[in-house]
Unconditional design. Structure first.
Length: 129
């Protein structure tokens, strides 16, 4: 079996998030998603519109997701990869190169982002309504 792991805020869940998770799931047979807590979002200078509990519930409800864990800090990926025996760490390519240091623990892949959509764009479009 092959385990894939990824991390993100997944605020205002949209098609870009879904396509990424589905493509990551297709790389193996188990997908684990680390969802950023509201506190960790503050460290990322991100203010999410949807609270952690709801973001966890939405990701947990996806057919392509097998396990959801909280993402509390930048350092936990190494521990998570070992703890869950992840074979692949996958992220969207806006993170290209940023996690290559973890390639001693597992394969690290960066997949193309879905263009034209982001949580920020959704908020901007709503704000001018
Ligand atoms: N994504 C995508 N296409 C988009 C928007 C996002 O493929 N149009 C991907 C991102 O590349 C990321 C994932 O969806 O891999 C989650 O995006 P965010 O919620 O913005 O995640 P981010 O804040 O980048 O958190 O430790 C890693 C961080 O927690 C990643």
């Amino acid at each position: 079996s092959k385990t894939v792991i990824t991390y993100g805020t997944f605020d205002l869940f949209h098609i870009g998030h879904l396509r990424l998770l589905q493509r990551l799931r297709a790389l193996g047979d188990r997908l684990i998603v680390g969802v950023s807590t509201d506190e960790f979002n503050a460290l990322k200078n991100k203010q999410s519109s949807i609270c952690f509990e709801d973001r966890i519930e939405i990701i947990s409800g996806l057919k392509c997701v097998d396990l959801v864990i909280p993402e509390n800090d930048w350092q936990q990926k190494e521990r998570d990869i070992e703890q869950y025996s992840a074979d692949i760490l996958g992220m969207g390519e806006d993170w290209l190169g940023k996690f290559d240091h973890l390639s001693s623990h597992c394969e690290v892949v960066y997949l193309p982002r879905t263009t034209g959509i982001s949580s920020t764009k959704i908020k901007q479009n709503l704000s001018i309504l």
